[in-house]
Design a protein around this ligand. Structure first.
Ligand SMILES: Cc1ncc(COP(=O)(O)O)c(C=O)c1O
Length: 478
């Protein structure tokens, strides 16, 4: 047999070059992960990072049974549960995605009878992936919309058309922009209430921040420690409030967790927990600086900062560390604004049609915040007013013919999106970030879906969930 000849230059390491190249630019991160390129990392974890590869161990037999890694992990999780005042906490190494999948598997798997779950329409795609894994049937509740910024605020489960039977509800709390509903009135009695609290692991650490979902009568919550706390990307944790629910969740986690967990991820969670537990005033102090920054930005006439007001009675509280800023008054869309910020050495967490979102943490310095303020001033100050043409923001209300799982596994074919109206999607279309699908598998493709996809594509948003990354074609059920 003749050996195939390699055609590519195997000396190249494109991924390593890519991240090296980015870091060389010295751009200040206002995005995840919350350790801000190592600045906020705990001392105990930083010590490991003098030579991290020494600690990238496999599941070796530990010479001392007391220090056995499983025993140590369990002890570390006990400390975490103690900090958050819950029955049981679990470390996760595949992000909040892993925890959400485990919760859906634990409580809503199709065990001969389809389970129905109430969900916010602005759920992250990881939840929709979980619906595909489990076969659960979603009932969507639509969020309220702020038309000026073009963003979804929060969902009220009271908007749900009762009395359909449901087996449980997922709540998004807070949302990506830090907005919170009053969970008190939203938790549904007698069913599992699960919370995607990806953006709220820090809420516990200041009385002046919104309550954590764990303060309400819920079953379990999953938090992306890595998004705002000083933990490595992919490190999340899951909290269970009552003993009776622990076993089902533990068993489901066993199905989705790698059998080769990365010890550095666990160690980063351990370090982040210790850091927060031992620095009680950290978030409070940072909050004063963030509130001051917000006041300074609000003084710039061409800049708008999203803050809930009387127009949004559905928003109960908000997290000031999530800073949504629009420069649409001078005709810059979110993507143009982001590009201008990057030229001035700043990277926000995300850009959407009308705004950018910055994530601020206690690890940001006064100079970082000054730079952010200066950059916003400089960008808008040097621009003439221009009319910005944007499309009204909404989530289309689509007819579901199949569950996400039925559609995902159905026979399907590829058709041009322009010609797909009236057909049933086998894929989802997900503008990324924020990672919220426009259409779910099983739903009917409408004119609005085609137009919105075109709109996002023209804006330069990455569209995921489709085989065709250019979103010109879509797989449909036939
Ligand atoms: C609301 C929400 N839920 C879940 C996730 C998934 O979290 P992770 O990236 O930790 O897997 C994200 C990610 O951005 C998110 O924004």
């Amino acid at each position: 047999m003749t050996k195939k000849k390699q055609k590519l230059n195997q000396k190249e390491t494109p991924f390593i070059s890519s991240i090296r190249g980015y870091v060389k630019k010295g751009i200040v991160p206002f995005h995840t992960p919350g350790h801000i390129q190592g600045r906020g990392i705990s001392k105990s974890f930083a010590d490991l990072f003098n030579n991290p590869l020494l600690y990238d161990l496999a599941e070796v037999e530990h010479p001392s049974s007391h220090h056995d890694y499983e025993v140590a992990r369990r002890e570390a999780e006990k400390l975490l549960a103690d900090l958050y005042q819950v029955e049981r906490s679990f470390f996760l190494i595949n992000g909040t995605t892993e925890g959400l999948h485990a919760l859906l598997i634990a409580f809503f798997s199709d065990k001969g009878k389809k389970k129905t779950v109430l969900l916010p329409r602005n759920s992250h795609r990881s939840i929709v992936d979980g619906l595909i894994l489990t076969g659960a049937k979603p009932i969507w509740v639509y969020p309220e919309i702020d038309t000026q910024f073009g963003l979804a605020t929060v969902c009220k489960t009271s908007n749900w058309n009762k009395p359909r039977h449901i087996d449980g509800a997922f709540h998004l709390y807070p949302n990506y922009y830090g907005l919170c509903q009053n969970l008190e009135g939203q938790v549904i009695e007698g069913v599992f209430n699960l919370v995607d609290e990806a953006h709220g692991p820090h809420l516990k650490f200041s009385e002046r921040l919104p309550k954590t979902a764990l303060d309400f009568d819920i079953t379990a919550s999953v938090q992306s420690a890595h998004k705002i706390l000083p933990a490595l990307t992919q490190s999340s944790w899951l909290h269970v409030k009552n003993k009776k629910d622990v076993l089902a969740i533990e068993r489901a986690l066993g199905l989705v967790e790698s059998t080769s967990p990365n010890f550095l991820l666990w160690a980063s969670l351990d370090g982040a927990r210790a850091q927060e537990a031992n620095n009680p005033g950290r978030w409070d102090k940072a909050l004063d600086r963030v509130l001051h920054l917000r006041d300074e930005l609000k003084k710039i006439p061409e800049v708008s900062v999203f803050e809930p007001d009387g127009n949004h009675p559905e928003i109960f509280s908000y997290d000031p560390f999530k800073l949504v800023v629009s420069s649409s008054k001078v005709g810059l869309n979110g993507f143009e604004f982001r590009d201008e910020l990057r030229k001035r050495g700043i990277m926000p967490e995300l850009a959407e049609a009308n705004f950018v979102l910055f994530i601020i943490t206690p690890s940001h310095t006064d100079q970082d915040l000054e730079l952010l303020k200066w950059a916003c001033k400089d960008i808008v100050g040097n621009r003439k007013q221009r009319e910005l043409s944007t499309q009204a923001f909404f989530y289309p209300n689509l007819k579901a013919h199949l569950t996400p799982r039925q559609a995902f596994f159905a026979e399907n074919k590829r058709v041009a999106l322009q010609e797909a109206r009236g057909l049933i999607s086998a894929e989802m279309i997900v503008p990324y970030p924020p990672g919220i699908p426009l259409i779910m598998p099983g739903e009917e493709i409408t004119k609005e879906v085609v137009e919105l996809t075109q709109y996002y594509r023209d804006l330069g948003t990455k569209l995921r969930g489709l085989e065709d990354q250019n979103a010109e074609y879509i797989r449909v059920v036939f």
